[in-house]
Design a protein around this ligand. Sequence first.
Ligand SMILES: Nc1ncnc2c1ncn2[C@@H]1O[C@H](COP(=O)(O)OP(=O)(O)OP(=O)(O)O)[C@@H](O)[C@H]1O
Length: 330
Amino acid sequence: MIRLVGVGKTYDDGTVAVQELDLDVPRGRTVCLVGPSGCGKSTTLKMVNRLIEPTQGRIFLDGEEITRADPVALRRRIGYVIQQVGLFPHQSIRTNVATVPSLLGWDRKKAHARADELMDLVGLDPAQYGGRYPHQLSGGQRQRVGVARALAADPPVLLMDEPFGAVDPIVRSRLQDEFARIARDLDKTVMFVTHDIDEAIRMGDKVAVFAVGGRLAQYDEPATLLGRPADDFVAEFVGASRGLRRLSVTPIEERHLVRHDGEPPAATLPIGSTLEEALATMLRQDDARVAVTRGGAMLGVLTPGAVHRALRTSIAEDDPADGADRVTAG
Ligand SMILES: Nc1ncnc2c1ncn2[C@@H]1O[C@H](COP(=O)(O)OP(=O)(O)OP(=O)(O)O)[C@@H](O)[C@H]1O
């Protein structure tokens, strides 16, 4: 859907922000660009909607080279969400969300109906918030408005630059979950910039790790990134606790389950849920076991020991040097 081929950007003062970048963002998927400050993430994003022109290489959207496209028409196909949401302070939330439909010439009633529908989608009651002004909302609510506004013209592509950077961790985690659901339900192709590896792993179907100087250090699915970092830089960036981070990307499989005798546990999860969900379920109750089901039928039981073994096995399978021989059954 979005394809960068040999893309580079050297600013006028000689700063090399991005080097020889090849990146393919598949349709309907979310790709997170992550890396330390100044490594060229935002520059990359802005080259896709032509806020910045590359000095090298070519960028394609749906097979069409974007440098040949009219920038205004291009931006209608690409929603853009940034951290400082940039809402119009003297316009109501409803009017803010309806900005793009109004620019596209929709009549006011239709544009406002669309705005209400989108406010609902991002979890803001239009009756309660539609008439308010931006300063009457919390930071998290403003971010939701930013997402709603970017979705208003129903663009197939969304570019998001640290959209949830300015809100507290709890609100942030809710926004991440809700946005992931919306992107999936609406089948959006998303490029998402963050400097937070946890956010990248949580949101990305694939994650591109950038090193300073705009070099792409690794481009892989989250589990591969955690299991097999391409080099020391990536290993350090994903961090020493990458074993823990695997919890959220490792699905429960049948081989992880133990047989149960007697009374089955009350808590259940469908097979394919993550080990993180299993652990969270265990922590919510006194019984530390979870029944794992497929189509309502129980396949077996997950215990804390089984979660530990599953995690150790998955680390070992990816990186035999990291303890394969120490994983024991039982
Ligand atoms: N207009 C500009 N002129 C010169 N250098 C620039 C310009 N804009 C950005 N840069 C430089 O390009 C490099 C990449 O910047 P960019 O904003 O893409 O990084 P980033 O990875 O998004 O950083 P952050 O996480 O801090 O937002 C940085 O060294 C930055 O100082």
